[in-house]
Write a protein that binds this ligand. Structure first.
Ligand code: LLP
Length: 419
């Protein structure tokens, strides 16, 4: 059935101006939205004075990272390149947690040399780290055996998950820690992404809090990210109004009984950046077959993978015809796959060729999952709207590559492989 509720885009006139001046496809990020989400999360966690890290995999643009730095967040980095980028943007090593999974020896060595804390989620890796760097500080990622998320692919705890050390293995963790004189300063878990229910979140948090009793006192417990956001019109997102009573208050109570009370860390990605972003695309082709009408745009799954990979919903709005009557469309991209579809049977204000569409809530896991390789299409340009600090203005923060530049990259890489 076609949904008829529409979601409104932020600042439509400005978005149209961006589309005219910068062209399409273009990701636009509203800095004020990021700052507002940080403020909201800080407010909600004030009682426990939680420390916030940003999971940069959600959107690692240096301009976005700079906002996080200005707002005094730390960083969750999951690869050597993410770590390097965070350092280059100016984050202090002691504000970065290195959480790569299935690290190689070289990756561990690299992160160790940068002076960042390693978050290790495998017993054998912990053993190797201890052997290589006895006496080091270390954080251990546990699997609390409860997972959650918007799709099976993003549930990162529980019996099917590759992440973390089963929470029951405390004794083995301790044996390794003692054997190498490691200093276990933190316990970590991240149970999944796009969690909508504070009840599940709290159940998993309880598990790690209970598990912590089996370890000598740690400096912090990192509860990961995962806080869901509303993508559909009228959707509530994480039941954030219950976050105080269902998560923060019980956490506070639990920790109050703990003489060596550890700090609490969260490391969200999506919650801070999803709603700051819009992907602007232009409709090139409208065509119909007896069953459906297709609006074909100048972008595709290689620019925004979430709908093809998870069946994710992103609201679409026709900026060029905001008062048009809603008509059902399949909004499809220019990649040679039938799954290259942003929306199916979706009511959008009547679409004409040349119209500019806004695909909403694409600030997290949009550009960061984009790639120019498949079908060789350059990734979108990127624009930042600074907001209050520079009202009504925007800045191009990512130039669109031309087809010729992309081909030069491909040839350049092929060249260096010759010997
Ligand atoms: N911490 C760790 C260790 C993580 O692996 C992740 C995300 C986060 C924090 C941040 O999770 P968030 O707060 O953003 O939910 N590509 C998927 C999401 C995959 C998330 C993977 N890990 C999507 O587009 O829905």
């Amino acid at each position: 059935m076609t949904e008829t509720l529409l979601k409104s885009p932020p600042q439509p006139e400005l978005l149209l101006r961006v589309a005219e001046r910068v062209g399409t496809p273009t990701y636009v990020y509203f800095a004020d939205v990021i700052r507002e989400r940080i403020r909201l999360l800080r407010e909600r966690t004030a009682r426990i004075d939680a420390r916030l890290l940003y999971a940069m995999k959600a959107n690692g643009h240096p301009a976005v990272l700079s906002i996080m730095k200005e707002e005094n967040l730390g960083i969750d980095a999951v690869s050597p390149a993410e770590l390097l980028l965070a350092l280059r943007v100016g984050f202090d090593p002691d504000r970065i947690l290195f959480s790569a999974n299935n690290m190689t020896d070289d990756e561990m060595e690299f992160a160790h040399r940068q002076g960042v804390l390693l978050n290790v989620g495998e017993l054998s890796r912990l053993e190797r780290y201890g052997r290589a760097h006895p006496g080091s500080r270390v954080c251990v990622r546990v699997n609390p055996r409860i997972g959650a998320g918007h799709h099976d692919h993003v549930i990162t705890a529980g019996p099917d998950s590759k992440f973390g050390i089963p929470v029951e293995a405390a004794a083995e963790i301790l044996r390794i820690v003692e054997r190498h004189g490691l200093r276990l300063v933190g316990l970590h878990q991240h149970i999944g992404s796009g969690i909508m229910d504070t009840g599940t979140l709290w159940s998993a948090i309880r598990v790690i809090l209970e598990a912590a009793k089996h370890f000598p006192p740690v400096e912090f417990i990192n509860l990961g990210g995962g806080l869901g956001v509303p993508y559909r019109p009228g959707e509530a997102g994480l039941d954030f109004e219950n976050f105080d009573t269902r998560v923060v208050e019980p956490l506070d109570e639990f920790l109050t009984g703990d003489a060596s009370r550890p700090a609490v860390w969260f490391e969200p990605g999506r919650f801070l950046t999803a709603e700051c972003g819009v992907l602007l695309v232009r409709v090139n082709t409208v065509k119909a077959n007896p069953e459906r009408t297709f609006a074909g745009v100048d972008s595709g799954m290689t620019h925004l993978l979430r709908p093809a990979l998870y069946g994710s919903y992103h609201a679409v709005s026709n900026l060029s015809n905001p008062d048009g009557d809603p008509v059902p469309y399949d909004i499809v991209g220019n990649i040679c796959e039938t799954g290259d579809r942003f929306a199916r049977d979706r009511a959008v204000q009547e679409i004409r060729e040349g119209d500019v569409l806004a695909i909403l809530d694409t600030g997290a896991y949009g550009m960061s999952m984009a790639s120019p390789s498949y079908n060789l299409r350059p990734v979108p340009a990127e624009v930042l709207v600074p907001g209050e600090s520079d009202p009504g203005r925007f800045r191009v923060i990512g130039r669109r590559q031309t087809a010729a530049e992309l081909v030069a990259d491909v040839l350049g890489r092929a060249e260096s492989r010759r010997d």
